[in-house]
Unconditional design. Structure first.
Lengths: 204, 893
C-alpha cells in the first residue's frame, strides 16, 4: 500500500522542512511505517520518488535501522525489556507471561493481528523496571496483572495509544518562519535569520 | 587527470626512501607510483575512497609518532613518514584478512575469480595462511541474478562497496545498495527492480572477489587458460580500449582497459558482451552465391573465393564506373577502409561511395570544424553544448566521461535536443526545440550571447536600436526569434539565460555534435553547427555513432572525398594520391541517398554493401528497399546475413570480425588505436582489406602490389594522406594504451582540418551528387510551421539495445532491445483518444509502425518519440529522405 492522501500531504510538508528532499528520507519512512506498521515495497518506492532516490537506496538506508520493519506486525507492538535492571525485577517472567497470555512466540503476532511481542534490549527506563513499550509509549513497573489489564485496555481502545504508533517528530508542525531555510547550504550567502533570532531570544 | 603544468610536490618518506607526491593525493596512490604496492580491496583510483576494507592499513607518522592509518583515506602531507612493512602494519593486514575470510567461503577451486582474485592473491601475500575459524560460515541463497547478465553470490562478498559505489558515483544508476546491518549486510537490489544499468558489467570487472559474475563468462574458463591482447571496442565510435581474452581460439571475455584519455577502464555492456555475436554459429564462413544473377533465387550456394571474386570482378569490369556504388565501411579497420576507398575510387573509378547511411553528417562538417578531444570537453570549468544524440544511449563510454565532468568537475552542460536525454537532469540548461527548428534556436542562442544585441532586440526606443549600429539586423532577427517561442518550443527567458552561460564560457565551449533525431534532416544539425562555429574558440566533438565512422571519413569513404581530407576537385592537393592510385573518379559521386535513388531507377549495376544494412540503418526504409531491389547485382561483405543481404544480395563474402584481424581504429576525437587479431575467423572468412586488395588486383594488376599486410597499407596511407602522416609504427608503439591523436599539420597551423578557407567552414560546398532536401533549405521559414492539429512531429532516437544484426546474435543482449513505443507528453494523451499503454499505429505520409503509447514528460508537447530499430517496428519506415521534419498521427489499433 502506498501513502494515503493525508500522509501524502504530510509528506510534502515534511519535505519542505529540509534544504534537500533527500534529508526527509528517514522521517518519511517513519510516516510510512506509522501508516502500515511496516515498510511496504510500494511505500518505499513512493518515498523514493518523493525524495529523489531509487528504491534500492531507500531500502538500503531503511535496512540499516533495526526499528524499521519489512514484515507485517500487529497493531500493538509490545517490546518487553530483559536487560539488567528489568531482568533483576522480573523482566524475563513478564516476557514469558506476555507470550503465554497472548499465545505467541517471542517475535510472533497474535492471530487477530492485534499484538506482536518482542524482547527488547535496554529501553533506558531502568528506574521503572521492569518496563515495556507499546508502540513507543512506556509503561513502567509492570506486573503480570498490570500486563493483563493493559492488554484489556488496548483491546478496548481505552489507552489513547494509536495503532502502529505515532511519532511526535513527523506530526509536529513548524511555522514557516521558523524553518531553517529551504535552500541547500551551499547557496547560502549570509547567516540564516533564525540564528540571529535565537541569539536575540537567548540574550533577551 | 593529464597534468599539464608542473605542480609543486610534497615530499614524504616511504619505508625510508624519499618520495615526491602530488599535493592532495592519497597516500596509497603516492606509494604505488613510487613502486610500493599497498594491498587494497575497496580502493579504486577512479572512484572516491571510502576506507571500507581496512586492508591498506600502514603506519603513518605525521609528527605525533607512528599510528595505523588506512592509506586510501590519508592525503599526503609534507614530511609524512610511512612504514608499509613494519611488524605492526603486517600484523594489522594479517588481521584484516583473517576477519575478511571469516565469512568468505573457501570455494576457490569452483569460483570463477580463482586465479585472478585479489582476495586470493593478497591472502597468499599478506595473510595468515591458515584459518583458525572452525565455525559454520554465513549462508545465503546463491547466486542471485541482479540483472539479466550479472549474478551475485552474497557469501563471497566482502562488502568493499566497489560495485555500489560504481553504480552510484560513476554510472549514476544506484540500483544496487547495501541492505541490512552488521553481519547481515548484503549487496542487493530492491525486489523486482533489477540492476538494469547499461554499465552493469563494470561491477563484475572491479569486484575484488568472485561475488559478481557475468553470464557470458560464468564457468567458461579459468583465468590461467586465457591469453589476452590489447584492442579497441568496435560497437560505437568512442573507441574504448579493451583487453580481449581468449582460450582455445575463442574469445571468452572482454575487459575495459584504463586509457586516461578515453574510457578510464569503463565499458558499456554492449562493448563488453558484444563479442558474443562474433562467436555465433550463424557467422558467415564461406562465400555464397545466388544463381542466376539478376533473378533472385531463394537458394544460397556456398562457393570458393576464386569463383565469387571472379564473378564480382567480371560484373564490376563490365559496368561503367559511375554505375558501381559502395555503401558502408564504418565497421572496418582504418587499413581496410583505405583499401576499399582505393579499390572504389582509385581502381574502379567510381565516387559513389558512402560510409554513412543518411544517418550521419556531411563529412565537410565533421572534418571541417575545429575538433575537440574528449579531454577538452571534460576539462574542469568548461562548457559543453550537446546538439546531438543522447550519449547514454549511443556513446556510453563518452556519457560516463561527460557525466563525471558535469557532476564532479563543474563542467556546465547546455543541452539543445528535441527530447530529454540521459544527461538532462544534470544539465544547467536543457532546451528542447521543436523538431526542425534546432538551427533557429541555436541562431538565437548565438545572437543572444552578445549583450548589445539582446539590449537592442528588447528595446522599444528606435534610438537605442540605432545605437547598435551594424548589429541592427541581428537585433531584429533575435527579436523575431525570441518572439517565436511557440514555434521554437522554447521561451525567450530560457534562451537568454543559456546564452549568458555561453557568453561567460567563451573560449571553453565544446559542442558535442550529432543527429539527435533521425527524423530531423542532417541539414538542420549542419546549419546549427555553422551558427555555433561563430562562437569564439568553439570546438566540436562529432557524436557519430557507428564504429569506425571517423576512420572511414578520414580514409575517404564519402562522396567527393579522398584519404586525408582531400577534396576530389582540389587538384593542387592530389599529388601523392595520384602517384599511388591508378586513376581517380572523373566527377564527384552520389551519397547513400543518391546511390539508393539511382539504384531504384535502375542506374546502378553493382551495389556493394560493406557491413551495411540499408534496410534497417538507412533513414528511409522504402527507398532502401527500392534501391536494393533495383540494383542489378548486390554484393554483401559482412559477418552475418542481414535483412538487406537476405533480401537482395547475389554474392555474399564473409569478412573477419574485429577480434579476428589486425589494424587500427579512429575514434570520434580522431584518436587512432590498434585493434588486434586474437582468434582466427570462421571458415574461410577474410579480413576486409584482403578482399579489397584481391579485387583490386583482379581489376587492375599491380594496383595492390605490396599491400599484403595492415602495416604495409598503413605505410601507404602515411604517404598518401597528410592526416595519417603522423601515424607511424613508432608512434603507435610509443603510446600503446592511449593511441595517437591525429592532428594534421594544417589543423595545427590554425586552419580547421584544412577545410576552413574563409571565415566560415565550407559548409555550403557539397559534392555534386549530395542530396538536396526536398522541403527547402534547412532553417527556412517553413520549418517554423509546426505540426497540424491532432498530429505530432516525429522524433526518432536510438537506444543502447535495438534490433541490429550484431545484437540479434548476441545472447546476453538479445532480450534487452525495448519494444516499439510511441512516447508523447502526458498533456497530449487526451488528444489521441486513447490512453497510456494502448496499442497504436504511428502513421506518417510514407509508412506506419505499430507501437505502444506511453506518456513521457521528457517529450515536449506536440512531439512524438519513437525508438529507432525496435524489434518488428523499424522507425525508418516513417521517414522519407530529404525531409527536415516528419509529421505523424496516432491511430488506435
Amino acid at each position: 500500500m502506498t501513502l494515503s492522501p493525508a500522509n501524502e500531504a504530510l509528506a510534502a510538508e515534511i519535505i519542505s522542512w529540509f534544504p534537500r528532499p533527500r534529508s526527509a528520507l528517514i522521517p518519511l519512512l517513519h510516516l510510512a511505517q506509522e501508516q502500515d506498521g511496516y515498510l511496504t515495497d510500494d511505500a518505499m518506492r513512493r518515498v523514493g520518488e518523493l525524495v529523489g532516490a531509487t528504491p534500492a537506496e531507500v531500502k538500503g538506508t531503511a535496512g540499516f535501522y533495526e526499528m524499521f520493519r519489512f514484515e507485517p506486525v500487529g497493531t500493538y507492538l509490545v517490546n518487553v525489556c530483559t536487560n539488567i535492571s528489568c531482568l533483576l525485577w522480573g523482566g524475563e517472567e513478564l516476557l514469558e507471561h506476555a507470550c503465554e497470555s497472548l499465545e505467541v512466540e517471542v517475535g510472533g503476532t497474535t492471530d487477530d493481528g492485534m499484538f506482536t511481542v518482542e524482547e527488547a534490549e535496554c529501553i533506558a527506563a531502568c528506574t521503572e523496571a521492569p518496563c515495556l513499550q507499546v508502540n513507543y509509549r512506556y509503561r513502567g513497573r509492570v506486573t503480570p496483572a498490570d500486563f493483563d489489564g493493559l492488554v484489556e485496555d488496548l483491546r478496548a481502545g481505552r489507552t489513547g495509544i494509536a495503532g502502529h504508533g505515532v511519532l511526535a517528530q513527523v506530526r509536529q508542525s513548524v511555522p514557516a518562519e521558523r524553518l531553517a531555510g529551504v535552500f541547500p547550504p551551499e547557496q547560502a550567502r549570509e547567516a540564516p535569520v533564525w540564528l540571529a533570532r535565537n541569539e536575540a531570544e537567548a540574550v533577551g | 587527470m593529464t597534468a599539464v603544468e608542473p605542480q609543486a610536490t610534497v615530499e614524504i618518506t616511504v619505508d625510508g626512501a624519499a618520495v615526491q607526491a602530488r599535493p592532495g593525493e592519497m597516500l596509497i596512490e603516492a606509494c604505488e607510483r613510487s613502486g610500493t604496492y599497498i594491498p587494497r580491496f575497496c580502493y579504486h583510483s577512479r572512484m572516491s575512497p571510502v576506507g571500507m576494507c581496512r586492508m591498506c592499513l600502514v603506519e603513518v607518522d605525521t609528527g605525533r609518532g607512528f599510528a595505523l592509518q588506512p592509506s586510501c583515506m590519508v592525503p599526503v602531507s609534507e614530511g609524512m613518514e610511512v612504514s608499509t612493512e613494519s611488524e605492526v602494519a603486517k600484523k594489522a593486514q594479517d588481521g584484516v584478512l583473517e576477519f575478511l575470510l571469516v565469512n568468505h567461503p573457501l570455494d576457490c577451486p569452483v569460483c570463477d575469480k580463482g586465479g585472478e582474485c585479489p582476495l586470493q592473491d593478497q591472502t597468499m601475500a599478506y595473510g595468515p595462511g591458515e584459518t583458525r575459524f572452525v565455525e559454520e560460515k554465513r549462508h545465503f541463497a546463491k547466486p542471485v541474478a541482479i540483472s539479466e547478465t550479472v549474478y551475485l553470490d552474497r557469501e563471497r562478498c566482502i562488502l568493499c562497496d566497489r560495485c555500489t559505489r560504481f553504480a552510484d558515483e560513476v554510472a549514476g544508476d544506484p540500483l544496487i545498495h547495501f541492505m541490512g546491518r552488521g553481519n547481515h549486510t548484503e549487496v542487493n537490489t530492491f525486489p523486482d527492480e533489477p540492476f538494469a544499468s547499461y554499465f552493469s558489467g563494470n561491477t563484475v570487472q572491479i569486484c575484488p572477489v568472485g561475488a559478481l559474475t557475468a553470464a557470458p563468462y560464468r564457468f567458461k574458463a579459468r583465468p590461467w587458460d586465457l591469453t589476452e591482447t590489447l584492442s579497441t571496442a568496435w560497437v560505437d565510435s568512442v573507441g574504448a580500449r579493451v583487453a580481449v581474452q581468449a582460450s582455445r581460439n575463442r574469445v571468452l571475455r572482454v575487459l575495459g582497459t584504463d586509457a586516461d584519455a578515453v574510457n578510464w577502464g569503463w565499458l558499456t555492456d554492449k562493448e563488453r558482451f558484444g563479442f558474443e555475436a562474433l562467436n555465433s554459429a550463424e557467422r558467415l564462413a564461406a562465400p555464397m552465391l545466388r544463381d542466376p544473377a539478376g533473378i533472385r533465387a531463394p537458394e544460397w550456394r556456398a562457393a570458393g573465393w576464386g569463383e565469387a571474386l571472379d564473378r564480382l570482378a567480371d560484373a564490376v569490369g563490365a559496368a561503367p564506373p559511375e554505375r558501381v556504388a559502395v555503401l558502408g565501411g564504418a565497421r572496418l579497420t582504418n587499413e581496410a577502409q583505405y583499401m576499399w576507398a582505393k579499390l572504389a575510387k582509385g581502381v574502379i573509378g567510381t565516387d559513389n561511395v558512402d560510409a554513412q547511411l543518411g544517418d550521419g553528417l556531411d563529412p565537410a562538417v565533421v572534418l571541417g570544424l575545429p575538433r575537440a578531444a574528449i579531454d577538452d570537453a571534460c576539462r574542469p570549468g568548461g562548457t559543453v553544448v550537446l546538439v546531438g544524440p543522447d550519449p547514454k544511449e549511443e556513446l556510453g563510454a563518452l556519457y560516463l566521461r561527460l557525466r563525471h565532468a558535469v557532476v564532479y568537475d563543474g563542467v556546465k552542460l547546455v543541452e539543445v535536443t528535441p527530447c530529454e536525454t540521459g544527461l538532462s537532469h544534470m544539465a544547467k540548461y536543457s532546451l528542447h526545440p521543436r523538431p526542425g527548428t534546432t538551427a533557429q534556436l541555436i541562431r538565437a542562442l548565438v545572437l543572444a550571447t552578445d549583450p548589445e544585441i539582446v539590449e537592442a532586440a528588447e528595446s522599444d526606443v528606435i534610438l537605442d536600436k540605432l545605437a547598435a549600429g551594424e548589429k541592427l539586423l541581428e537585433a531584429e532577427e533575435l527579436r523575431e526569434l525570441l518572439g517565436a517561442a511557440d514555434a521554437l518550443g522554447v521561451d525567450a527567458e530560457s534562451i537568454k539565460s543559456a546564452a549568458r552561460a555561453l557568453a561567460v564560457a567563451a573560449g571553453e565551449v565544446t559542442v558535442v555534435l550529432g543527429r539527435s533525431s533521425l527524423a530531423e534532416g542532417a541539414e538542420v544539425v549542419e546549419a546549427a553547427a555553422a551558427e555555433l562555429s561563430a562562437l569564439p574558440s568553439v570546438r566540436f566533438l562529432p557524436a557519430l555513432r557507428r564504429g569506425n565512422v571517423m576512420g572511414a571519413l578520414e580514409a575517404g569513404l564519402a562522396p567527393g572525398l579522398l584519404p586525408g581530407r582531400t577534396e576530389l576537385d582540389d587538384a593542387e592537393d592530389l599529388g601523392p594520391t595520384v602517384a599511388a592510385w591508378p586513376r581517380l573518379p572523373e566527377a564527384a559521386g552520389l551519397d547513400a541517398a543518391g546511390v539508393l535513388r539511382a539504384a531504384a531507377r535502375g542506374d546502378i549495376d553493382v551495389l556493394v554493401l560493406v557491413g551495411a544494412d540499408p534496410l534497417n540503418d538507412f533513414v528511409d526504409r522504402d527507398l532502401a528497399y527500392r534501391g536494393l531491389r533495383g540494383a542489378a547485382l548486390v554484393v554483401a561483405v559482412d559477418l552475418f546475413l542481414n535483412d538487406s543481404s537476405t533480401l537482395a544480395a547475389d554474392i555474399v563474402l564473409p569478412a573477419a570480425g574485429p577480434t579476428e584481424c589486425d589494424g587500427t581504429f579512429t575514434n570520434l576525437e580522431g584518436r587512432v588505436s590498434p585493434m588486434s587479431r586474437k582468434v582466427t575467423p570462421p571458415g574461410t572468412a577474410r579480413p576486409d582489406w584482403m578482399i579489397a586488395a584481391d579485387l583490386a588486383e583482379r581489376l587492375e594488376p599491380g594496383s595492390a602490389e605490396g599491400l599484403d599486410s595492415p602495416e604495409a597499407i598503413r605505410a601507404e596511407m602515411a604517404r598518401v594522406s597528410e592526416v595519417h602522416a603522423s601515424l607511424t609504427e613508432e608512434s603507435l608503439k610509443a603510446s600503446p594504451v592511449e593511441g595517437v591523436l591525429l592532428r594534421p599539420a594544417r589543423e595545427a597551423a590554425g586552419e580547421a582540418g584544412g577545410w576552413r578557407r574563409s571565415g566560415r567552414p565550407t559548409l555550403g560546398r557539397r559534392p555534386a551528387g549530395r542530396t538536396v532536401p526536398a522541403t527547402g533549405p534547412a532553417g527556412g521559414e517553413d520549418a517554423l510551421g509546426g505540426a497540424p492539429d491532432g498530429s505530432f512531429l516525429l522524433v526518432a532516437t536510438r537506444t543502447m539495445y535495438d534490433d541490429g544484426t550484431m545484437l540479434r546474435h548476441c545472447p546476453s543482449s538479445r532480450g534487452l532491445a525495448p519494444a516499439a513505443s510511441a512516447r508523447i507528453n502526458p498533456d497530449d494523451l487526451a488528444s489521441t483518444g486513447t490512453g497510456e499503454g494502448a496499442a497504436v499505429r504511428v502513421v506518417s505520409d510514407f509508412g506506419h509502425i505499430e507501437a505502444t503509447l506511453a506518456a513521457d514528460a521528457g517529450v515536449p508537447t506536440g512531439s512524438l518519440r519513437v525508438n529507432w530499430l525496435a524489434p518488428g517496428a523499424p522507425a525508418n519506415s516513417l521517414i522519407a529522405t530529404g525531409t527536415d521534419i516528419t509529421v505523424v498521427e496516432v491511430e488506435a489499433r
